[in-house]
Design a protein around this ligand. Structure first.
Ligand SMILES: Cc1ncc(C[n+]2csc(CCO)c2C)c(N)n1
Length: 232
């Protein structure tokens, strides 16, 4: 028996959700983007486009964490989520600024680059989840965004690439605090999700679909060298 009094061998709720989306989940975690990030062969135009879109993702994501802080049902959870928001606003933002400089992605170019459908889809999903004001719905989206990234970053045992733009993107999704964060978010969804099964399953599934679409979009919409200021 575990602490909730369930038999040990029952599947965790978050595991169940992942199993329901396993094909798409595996396609995202084993994506060409992940392979090329680890072996350092990813094209700068692909990385520049990906990070330009992901910075918009980060903005909407921070708003979603705010909704999680507002809807959490315990002080402990609220404190953890608030600290998480602080981290996202710190280290993650620094990585983006350094990488845009290295890849020659100017603010102007970022302004002129339209959203891909996946970015717009994520922004809409984040807003929809936040607007439910339901902790389980919000957590379902947060769990996918964090757990799927932890999964790809930890699954491959290859040595880290040497380029900091590549290596630091992996490290941001595989350090002890991030493992703890994913453990916390999953435990929270395991706790509150089963009371809200349909909503949780709906938001979780749509988030997994978008994660795969987001990787695909990086190859469909590279930021061409002509548009960038520094071509390395
Ligand atoms: C498409 C996409 N999905 C998930 C993440 C992962 N992620 C999103 S915000 C954030 C900050 C918390 O550490 C992390 C890790 C991403 N970057 N881009």
């Amino acid at each position: 028996m575990n602490t909730k009094g369930s038999p040990l061998l029952t599947t965790r709720f978050t595991e169940e959700l992942r199993n329901q989306n396993l094909r798409t989940w595996e396609a995202a975690v084993g994506h060409q983007f992940v392979k090329e990030l680890f072996d350092g062969s990813i094209d700068d135009t692909v990385m520049a486009g990906y990070l330009t879109q992901d910075y918009r993702f980060l903005d909407a994501f921070l708003a979603l964490i705010g909704a999680a802080v507002a809807s959490a049902d315990t002080l402990e959870a609220r404190l953890t989520l608030a600290r998480f928001a602080g981290e996202v606003a710190g280290d993650e933002n620094t990585y983006f600024q350094h990488s845009f400089d290295t890849l020659g992605v100017t603010e102007e170019l970022r302004r002129e680059t339209p959203n891909t459908a996946a970015t717009t889809g994520f922004q809409a999903l984040f807003r929809e989840a936040a607007d439910t004001r339901e902790y389980a719905a919000i957590l379902s989206v947060l769990v996918v965004a964090e757990w799927l990234y932890l999964d790809w970053a930890t699954r491959v045992s290859h040595p880290r690439p040497t380029d900091p733009v590549h290596a630091d993107w992996i490290t941001l999704h595989d350090y002890p605090g991030f493992h703890e964060l994913v453990a916390f978010l999953r435990a929270e969804l395991d706790r509150v999700g089963p009371q809200d099964r349909d909503t949780a399953g709906d938001f979780f599934g749509r988030a997994v679909d978008l994660e795969l679409a987001f990787f695909d979009a990086a190859y469909a919409h590279p930021l061409t060298e002509a548009g960038r200021e520094v071509v390395r």
